[in-house]
Structures are given as C-alpha cells and as structure tokens.
Design a protein around this ligand. Structure first.
Ligand code: SPV
Ligand code: MG
Length: 436
C-alpha cells in the first residue's frame, strides 16, 4: 500500500520552495496537504490574503498533491494523531526560532506512532514570510480590507482593535507586534473614534466634526495600513443621511460602522449620567438599522448597534430588550457600553445575551473596567475588544511634559533628552524620507 506523507502549509503565496517540498514528499508516497485554516493561523500570524477555499483550490491542482485536509490548529499533533501518516515532511527552517517547540512535539509523536520525520533543506532565498512582506508593501484593496473583519471574528477567540486617529497611529496599529511565550501578538485592526478624532482637532465629541472631515483624515490611515477599520458612527445622524454614510464607508473599504441609540445633542458616553443622555425609541433605532442594511452593497459590511442603556443609568434588562430588537432588525453585531468600573453590568449583559443568541458578535469598550484581560472578556462571550482612545491619551501628556520642560529650562536640551526620540530615529521612521 502507498505510504502517506503529511505536509502542513498555509499556501497563501505559492513559490518554488513549496513546489520543491511537494516534489520531495511525493518521492516517499502520497502527499496529504494539511492546509492551515484561518483559525489555525489567526492566533499566530496575520490572516492570509486568500481564504481557505481559495487556497485549497490552488493547492489541490498542484502536481504531486493527492489530498488536501484542513489543519485547524497551529500544532500538528491533532492531525498527526487523526491521519497517522507514515511520514511528515517539513523544511529544516523550523530548527530555530519560535516554531522549535512545534518540531519537538512532531518528532516525539511520530516516533510514538512509528512514523518518520523528513527534513529537507529550505530553499535558500525564498520564504513565505519574505514574500508576505513584499505583498504587504503592495497594500490591500478596499474589498479585501472590508471582508477581513468578518474573517477575523470567525477565526479568533477575540478580535483586538486599537484606536487610530492619524496616519502615524495607523502605522503603530499596523506594525506593532511582540512575542509572548512563542506566540506572536499584534492588533487586528483600527477604531476610528469620534472622541479622538474630535479631540485631536481641539473640538468636543458632539458630532461637530462632520463625516466629510473625519473621512478626509481617515484617508491618511487608509493609505498606510491594510488592517480592517471599525468606524465610530456616533448616532448615525438622520436616518436618511445614514443610508449615504453606509455607502460611503463601504466604498472606502471600512469593515463596520457602530451607531449608538442616542438622540439629541450627543454627549460622550464616558460622562455617563453626568450629562443628559437621551436614548432613541427601539422602533426608531430599528428603522435606522434597517435603512442602513438596505443601502449597503456587499454582504460583508457590518452595522453594529451600540446600546447606551447602561450609560443612561438604565438596567441590564433594558439593554437586553434593545439588543434583541436591534439584532432582529438586522444589526450584524451589538456593542454594549458602560462606564462602571467593576464591569459586572457588562458581564451580566454578555452572559444573558449569549444564553439566547450564541453567534451575534458582541463588542465591548473596556475603558473604565480595564482590569479584565482579553482572555477573560472572551469567556463572557465577547468577540471584539476596542481600546478606544489610548493612542491619543498616551501622546497628549507626553507632549505637554515636553512643552513644559522647554518653558522651564528656556531651551530644549532637557526636553530632547527626556521626552523626545532621537532625530535619527524620526528620520528613519517613515520609509522613503531620505531620497536615495
Ligand atoms: C469613542 O471612542 O469615541 C467612543 C467610545 O465612542 S467612548 O468614548 O467610550 O464613548
Ligand atoms: Mg464616539
């Protein structure tokens, strides 16, 4: 009987190195490709450009491939146990770096199952990650960016979003990453916040900065990033106007708009009941959602209904009644907001919402109840966490300290040493600053 050779791959970008490994594998038997799913990839890397079905379609047509099966975990162990291949083949590049432990567990399991690990020299000069970097420099399209939020929601336990209000903060969200316990961590996308968009213009967060102005500035972020963007649509304005807003956002490749069920002069939610917070009727707000949903062109754009009951001092019951009505009206997700510090009202909302609705995405903005980790919020049933204002809130005090230091010392020496990045760093921060 023919032997089975297992080969795990993402296969977003095909290149000669991968063809080489398939050809080598085929010398030992029938090559079974363990094709990584979005879920397997999402906790370790950026989602691939192509979705699973598209990648499968490419891989199953490659000479030497006998079968394609999904690999739903970053670790090979579950699939090796399931398919018990005679061989597993892998490039020898996993001997070093974060995937070392993956290699160790593969060796141990294959030995136990009586199989063999074949390592072949990785094709020099070509790696998928190298090509992915090239691809990144090509950017994205509005369509691909728009779709990516829904993909992330279904692939990740929780989607991590950070506020951005300019091109520079966009670059921070796009590129900041760290390794923790062999796991690569980065932000999944950006929040275009009405609070920080207004504040960075020196204006109050009362819908005084209009859509056209906000989108003009958001274009700076769109130009230098590829990750999905969630737009803070405030109240959505007049229902008739909201229909146009949806189309405009969709055309730009924004993935979702969140609108809140308030009426009258909008006040920032974090004032809570210190400001007059008037909620819309359920009926009116449902109508606004329906009009928005009817005006979108793709199936991918999301309209998320933000419930302000807890901000307005009403009970969780009121928030739940509204949430179910908004979902019924077509909302693609709900955002529950609160300014309580213990987060218990949000937790109760999420838990009770999930008892009746297992799937509709829940969004939270834990600005005041920031003691909970993403892992904890995920256990409540939360799908998206938004860090809604942290880029601006961290930059402002740093700038004020710098300004005060210049005043105090009548020169910039102390400020430069204490509060400023070196000139060399700022010059090299943005590629292309120096002409070659
Ligand atoms: C924003 O960031 O503008 C928000 C969230 O709407 S909050 O400021 O908490 O209301
Ligand atoms: Mg806002």
């Amino acid at each position: 009987m023919a032997k089975t050779v297992y080969l795990g791959m993402i296969a977003d970008i095909m290149h000669p190195g991968l063809i080489n490994i398939i050809t080598e594998g085929a010398k030992y038997g029938n090559v079974m490709i363990g094709l990584f799913t979005d879920k397997a990839i999402a906790t370790h890397k950026r989602l691939p450009y192509l979705n699973y079905e598209q990648r499968k379609n490419v891989v199953e047509h490659i000479n030497g491939v006998s079968e394609v099966v999904p690999q739903d975990d970053w670790s090979y162990v579950p699939n090796l146990k399931k398919y018990k291949p005679d061989y597993i083949i892998h490039g020898d590049d996993w001997k070093e770096g974060p995937d070392k432990y993956i290699r160790e567990e593969v060796f141990a399991l294959m030995k136990q199952q009586g199989g063999e690990v074949i390592e072949i020299p990785y094709t020099q000069g070509i790696t998928s990650s190298g090509l992915a970097k090239e691809l990144e420099s090509l950017g994205t399209t509005p369509q691909a960016r728009l779709k990516s939020l829904r993909r992330l929601i279904s692939a990740k336990p929780i989607v991590r979003i950070l506020e951005s209000h300019c091109g520079l903060t966009g670059l921070i969200v796009e590129h900041t990453s760290i390794e923790v316990d062999n796991v690569h961590k980065e932000f999944d996308g950006m929040w275009s916040s009405s609070l920080t968009d207004s504040t960075s213009k020196g204006k109050p967060d009362i819908e005084a900065v209009d859509l056209t102005t906000r989108l003009h500035d958001l274009n700076d972020t769109l130009e230098v990033t590829t990750k999905p963007i969630i737009y803070d649509g405030d109240t959505g304005g007049k229902t008739e106007h909201f229909a146009f807003t949806v189309r405009t956002l969709e055309r730009l490749g924004i993935s979702a708009v969140i609108i809140e069920d308030k009426v009258g002069l909008k006040q920032n939610s974090l004032f809570g009941t210190d400001a007059v917070q008037t909620q819309d009727t359920i009926e009116n707000f449902c109508h606004k959602i329906q009009v928005g949903k009817a005006s979108q062109v793709t199936n991918d754009f999301m309209i998320i209904a933000r419930i302000e009951s807890l901000i307005a001092g009403k009970p969780v019951d009121d928030a739940l009644e509204r949430a179910f009505a908004y979902v019924e009206a077509g909302a693609d997700g709900v955002m529950i907001h609160s300014k309580n510090k213990d987060g218990m009202d949000v937790k109760e909302f999420c838990t009770r919402f999930r008892m009746k609705d297992a799937h509709t995405p829940i969004v939270v903005v834990p600005t005041t109840y920031n003691q909970y980790t993403e892992e904890e919020l995920a256990t409540w049933g939360v799908n998206i966490v938004i860090y809604a204002n942290h880029m601006l809130r961290s930059a402002y005090p740093a700038m004020v300290h710098c300004a005060e230091s210049i005043l105090k010392h009548s020169r910039s020496l102390e400020a430069s040493n204490e509060y400023c990045m070196p000139i060399k760093e700022i010059l090299n921060l943005i590629p292309g600053t120096k002409q070659k």
